[in-house]
Design a protein around this ligand. Structure first.
Ligand SMILES: CC(=O)N[C@H]1[C@@H](OP(=O)(O)OP(=O)(O)OC[C@H]2O[C@@H](n3ccc(=O)[nH]c3=O)[C@H](O)[C@@H]2O)O[C@H](CO)[C@@H](O)[C@@H]1O
Ligand SMILES: C=C(OP(=O)(O)O)C(=O)O
Length: 421
């Protein structure tokens, strides 16, 4: 059992190094498995638990993988894939496991998905993925727990997503890249991580156009080759560090090439947080009291649902009433009860939450129900009086690399502990 112990009250100051993006590296590992020859090199890899699980899963299906942690580099040789089975004990521990199916379909003609994990956020359907595979010519047999997808060669088709699913778009682009002929994906996701995945696939030889427009066209090619690619910075990690500066009255320089916080920056600015770009560095500081805010989560370029929980913590520390409307997931307010244990006043009604600030927060024992509620509790703990213990730290480690060390370097009093339990 991993737990984080935080004593609040210290302002965070200094230079925060933003990790590579979890939601870009996972599909890139899936993409690397499409190359039948050679070794793929991924740089700026975040050393997070989801990446460790992805390495284990790639090894389970026969890939040779080296994770060089201090170099933040992955080397993947997928020339000898041998098993189509994504075993439950690994696949159920992270969402990114679903991104291995296109490679298995193309390389081995079938994928046996024994489970897909990820944060517990309510419904997390995969119907767009499987309907898309079917339209490309696959046979999908959905059992109670195991899904069996088979295809002896896919053929391009016109695909439509009811909503622009992030991993759904990535999976269908990967499946279409080695299909025969042309595929058009309508209502495709616009997230920057999806564009980074298109970037690596293009380097690998894929022919993809329309990324970022919502209409993606893929001309299938016969093979994709191994390349080197640097993973984009993690805008969620960056958002969390910006919020940490804001709620502790601190001042941070965020380092991560090309970092763009988009709407999250504008919302924090409305709350009184100051940002300034100094060349490649994004500077963030906050001196005065925070103002309340309204948030509506949406697909990119809207406010990212993954930063909704951290923003709830910031709202709890603002002077006045904030309103949050969660539109992507139907069960993403598990944080509210935990924040209230610390003294916040958050009321949830369906997909909306009202946060009445500012109430003083006091440290106590709290539970991370998912990755982002976990990091939101770390933020709350940084601003709380006394000591907060957050379990399970594993969920936080799924998405944030070396969190305690990075925050300690900025003046936070935070430790990561491992116990037998
Ligand atoms: C590994 C990864 O990249 N995870 C991200 C990805 O998850 P993920 O790709 O799973 O999220 P999706 O964009 O697919 O899901 C968003 C919504 O669409 C619904 N839906 C999705 C697919 C489908 O086939 N049918 C369906 O109904 C889901 O139930 C959910 O309510 O995007 C989410 C939304 O930005 C982020 O919170 C996750 O961090
Ligand atoms: C929901 C998230 O992740 P996953 O899709 O990997 O569960 C997240 O990163 O907040």
């Amino acid at each position: 059992m991993v737990r984080y112990r935080v004593r609040g009250g210290n302002a965070l100051r200094g230079t925060a190094f933003i990790q590579g993006a979890k939601n870009a590296v996972l599909p890139m590992i899936g993409a690397a498995l499409l190359a039948a020859k050679g070794r793929t090199v991924l740089r700026n890899v975040p050393i997070i638990e989801d990446v460790r699980r992805a390495v284990e899963l790639a090894e389970a299906i026969g890939a040779y993988v080296e994770l060089h942690e201090s170099e933040r580099t992955l080397v993947i040789d997928a020339s000898r894939l041998s098993s189509p089975v994504l075993p439950a004990e690994i696949a159920r521990r992270f969402r990114g496991s679903v991104l291995f199916t296109p490679a298995l379909l193309h390389r081995l003609g079938e994928a046996i998905v024994e489970g897909v994990g990820g944060c517990n956020l309510g419904s997390r359907n995969l119907d767009f993925h499987y309907l898309g595979y079917k339209r490309l010519g696959a046979i999908v047999d959905e059992g109670e727990t195991v899904i069996h997808v088979k295809a002896s060669g896919l053929t391009g088709a016109t695909l439509y997503l009811d909503t622009p699913s992030h991993t759904g778009t990535e999976n269908l682009i990967m499946a279409a890249s080695l299909a025969k002929g042309t595929t058009v994906i309508e209502n495709a996701a616009l997230e920057p991580e999806v564009l980074d995945v298109i970037d690596i696939l293009t380097k690998m030889g894929a022919r993809i156009s329309g990324g970022g427009t919502g209409f993606i066209t893929v001309e299938g090619v016969d093979e994709l080759h191994a390349v080197e690619h640097t993973v984009m910075p993690d805008r969620l990690d960056a958002g969390v560090f910006a919020m940490a500066a804001a709620i502790t009255g601190g001042e941070l320089s965020l380092v991560g090439t090309g970092l763009d916080l988009g709407v999250v920056r504008y919302k924090l600015e409305q709350m009184g947080v100051e940002f300034s770009r100094q060349g490649a560095v994004l500077h963030v500081r906050c001196e005065g009291p925070l103002r309340p805010i309204n948030i509506i989560t949406d697909t990119y370029p809207g406010f990212a649902t993954d930063l909704q929980s951290p923003m709830m913590t910031v709202a709890a520390l603002a002077d006045g009433t904030s309103y949050i409307h969660e539109r992507i997931f139907d069960g993403r307010f598990a944080l509210a009860g935990e924040l209230n244990k610390m003294g916040a006043n958050v009321e949830v009604k369906g997909s909306r939450a009202v946060v009445r600030g500012r109430t003083p927060l006091t440290g106590t024992q709290v539970t991370a129900h998912d990755l982002r509620s976990g990091i939101a509790l770390v933020l709350a703990a940084l601003a709380a009086e006394g000591e907060t213990v957050i379990e399970s730290g594993y969920l936080i480690d799924r998405g944030h690399a070396h969190l305690a060390a990075r925050m300690r370097a900025l003046g936070a009093d935070i430790t990561r502990e491992i116990s037998e339990r």
